[in-house]
Design a protein around this ligand. Sequence first.
Ligand SMILES: Cc1cc2nc3c(=O)[nH]c(=O)nc-3n(C[C@H](O)[C@H](O)[C@H](O)COP(=O)(O)OP(=O)(O)OC[C@H]3O[C@@H](n4cnc5c(N)ncnc54)[C@H](O)[C@@H]3O)c2cc1C
Length: 403
Amino acid sequence: MTDKISIAVIGAGAAGCFCSINLKRMLPNADIHLFESKGKALAKVAITGGGRCNLTNTFRGVKNLQEVYPRGEKLMRRALSVFSVEDTCAWFEKEGIRLVVQEDECIFPQSQDAMQIVKTFLYDLNNLGVQLHLNESVTNIDLNKWSRVVVAIGGHATLQRLSLFDGLDIPIELPVPSLFTFNIQGNWHQLLMGTVVEDVQTFIPSTKFRSHGALLLTHWGMSGPAILKISSYAARYLAEQEYKSPLCINWMGNINEQKLRTMLQDMMQQHAQKLITSSYPHRFSSKLWNMLLTRMCIPTTQRWGALNAKQVNKMLSTLTADTYQITGRCPFKEEFVTCGGVSLKAININTLQSKKHPTLYFAGEVLDVDAITGGFNLQAAWSMGYMVAKHIFTTYQDNNQKT
Ligand SMILES: Cc1cc2nc3c(=O)[nH]c(=O)nc-3n(C[C@H](O)[C@H](O)[C@H](O)COP(=O)(O)OP(=O)(O)OC[C@H]3O[C@@H](n4cnc5c(N)ncnc54)[C@H](O)[C@@H]3O)c2cc1C
């Protein structure tokens, strides 16, 4: 390989660093310049997973990629076929980073230290000769200056970050936050702060948005996997509603009204003489059950056998479709991503190249691709970073063979 190829990678985060390292290994003679606006590379990776870095997921139990990638599912199917979870694990293990799989299928470094990833990447960048330019914020893209440009500037819930595309005619999907917790009207939840109910279903009435998982009551409202998931699925809808919307909870998880009716009838027969507060489904703490009874307008002195039809109906509707009012959102400090960014209509999803400017590529959260929590966001950064490197390498090889 004799020709010099000069590549600018903008953004030294997960996708930009991963792309640069792999690209330099594939094209050792290329001049790769990695630009980072901050004083250090990989600042976000260092705080991922509460400092432990949930770097990927086994994807076991994921039936449909859209469950984990509400935006960009098709692109991710393609990206994972180029650089899979197995490839990711093998890549990190080869770098000397032992990995562990948790019971919930999340994958972490065995060291439980995100800095191990950061240090490994920094070592590789330096050792391979990628030229890292810190404190250099790229404000416009000069496609004539470089053989290839890779944009990996991450997500940010404002349009300002994307102004470097001005003049390039790149369609943008309005960026809005994803993965947040809900402020909920009322003060009842303050008494129940810290209460967890495993396996609830949440849904937003009159929409297709629903989720399933554990729910955590907090002093400001609701959090936990079920809430984070629905905040991701409905990120754009909730932004349009200015974070004011009803939210329904099926406290019984997968149990529907019909099934619950049978269960309640059994309770009424078997525990006829028992107080409604002394016998109730195991999933509830006594504090939460008492709060739910208040919402059902059923007195605590009531006995199971004496429930009338109206009370049974109220219990059924409260337990399976209990409606609350979302009044705002709170950032989820453990992980926070952006929905929106460079529109997938602007790129070829098989190569991550701009349709309009074939020497321009995108990787990572700058694209309108984002995931729920669990290591899926970083997996997207690794797969896309690799995919771009591989495509640049392949096209360069093809061009060289032709000349
Ligand atoms: C607190 C927190 C915890 C998280 N934990 C996890 C987790 O455990 N697992 C998981 O899968 N995901 C996690 N995520 C999400 C994950 O970190 C991101 O999805 C991922 O980092 C995106 O990678 P990226 O390379 O696209 O962007 P980033 O990693 O954000 O990198 C983009 C880089 O570009 C730089 N940049 C921006 N604009 C410019 C410019 N104009 N010029 C030069 N440089 C620029 C930025 O400074 C940044 O360094 C977490 C997110 C947060 C906020």
